[in-house]
Design a protein around this ligand. Structure first.
Ligand code: NAD
Length: 343
């Protein structure tokens, strides 16, 4: 296990990368030595705000000069493959934002490039590291409700995601790929791998190109069934954004995540309720703070794994299984039948 300080670089200094930058600045033993954005103003603003010595508009120049121990790619998905392959060619361990890529072929290529280079690759799947969702996982893994046989994981909001992420309005695949991917990942965590996916989508908001609601029914290999439903067009007051609410049942009881992140566990007839919301950090704000804190947890997990030389939870290879649920959901919608995810 190495305790040496780690030299980090970040590519993409846009909207969500601000959370990555704050998190790297917080994690002990990490020196943020380079930032890169093809928009020079964004790169310069990040370098100034986080006191970063290296400021680049070209990732190739950053890799050539900055002597990185790892790189964190926080750009949008069309650029991921070229940047991950570039990192692999420099043998640099890599974190890359979700969605992994626009196509299955790109995802496979990135996993292959990092494997061939012998470097770890982690997808920045931050829902795995959200405190409330980790609390639910702990309940399930404790055996308190028995092996889960039914679940509903739901993320419905009317929060204007298009204000911060205007590119979403132009996507040809929207909410399943952008948000459903996180919730489908948690379905794998809670219920295991998936046998079939049945999906129906809707497009409610005018002026966008693709679906902003999706209802998915998963049949897991364990026999469990799980409904995953996501929406960007729900008029709910108060709006729970960005909370994932859920109910999971097993033979001994149930676990529910209610609005306001109150977790209710029933086990052998005894019910307990706890507050699993997270406090604000100096750099986080409502309503995003639980998601922002999960960015810190995700990146701390990466550093811990890198230091110990072990694979992180959300390797590129692991994320292929989540990505396969996304592609199965879109195929299911198109073909109007239940679809087995690609192996
Ligand atoms: N997990 C979450 O909760 C969450 C939330 C929001 C966004 N995201 C993800 O974060 C990623 C980034 O989204 P965003 O909204 O911050 O996008 P953004 O457009 O605000 O920022 C992306 C930045 O990357 C830069 N960039 C693009 N290609 C580049 C390249 N080749 N070299 C250098 N810089 C390059 C752009 O100039 C831009 O500044 C997306 O994949 C998105 O899905 C995740």
């Amino acid at each position: 296990m190495t305790q040496a300080r780690l030299r980090a670089g970040v590519i993409g200094c846009g909207f969500f990368a601000q959370n990555h930058l704050h998190a790297w600045a917080t994690i002990p033993g990490v020196d943020l030595v380079a930032v890169c954005d093809r928009d020079p103003a964004r790169a310069q603003a990040a370098a100034a705000a986080f006191n970063v010595p290296g400021c680049y508009t070209d990732a190739a120049a950053m890799f050539a000069e900055a002597k990185l121990d790892f790189v964190d790619i926080a750009t949008t998905m069309p650029t991921h493959r070229a940047l991950v392959e570039l990192a692999a060619s420099h043998k640099i361990p890599t974190v890359v934002q979700k969605p992994f890529a626009p196509s299955w072929e790109d995802c496979i290529a990135m996993v292959g490039a990092c494997k061939a280079a012998g470097v770890p690759l982690m997808v920045h799947e931050n829902f795995r590291f959200q405190a409330p969702l980790m609390a639910v996982r702990k309940v399930i893994e404790s055996g308190a409700i028995g092996t889960p046989h039914f679940g509903r994981l739901t993320f419905r909001t009317g929060y204007d995601v298009f204000a911060n992420q205007p590119y979403l309005a132009k996507e040809e695949q929207l909410i399943i790929l952008d948000l459903g991917i996180h919730v489908l990942d948690m379905a794998r965590v809670y219920f295991g791998e998936v046998e079939t996916v049945y999906c129906q989508t809707q497009q409610i908001r005018p002026g966008i190109r693709a679906e902003d609601m999706a209802t998915m029914l998963l049949r897991h290999r364990s026999g469990a069934t799980c409904i995953v439903d996501v929406s960007y067009s729900s008029k709910i007051d108060p709006d729970p954004f960005p909370q994932t609410l859920l109910e999971i049942e097993g033979p001994r009881g149930s676990v529910r995540m209610l609005r306001g992140l109150r977790m209710v566990v029933t086990s052998d007839g005894v019910t307990t309720e706890s507050d699993v919301s997270t406090p604000l950090l100096p750099w986080t704000s409502q309503p995003w703070h639980t998601a922002q804190e999960s960015v810190l947890n995700t990146q701390q997990h990466w550093v811990d794994c890198l230091r110990q030389g072990i694979a992180p939870q959300t390797t590129g290879e692991d994320n292929l299984r989540t990505y396969a649920l996304v592609t199965a959901a879109y195929r299911s919608q198109a073909e109007r039948r239940a679809v087995a995810p690609q192996a």
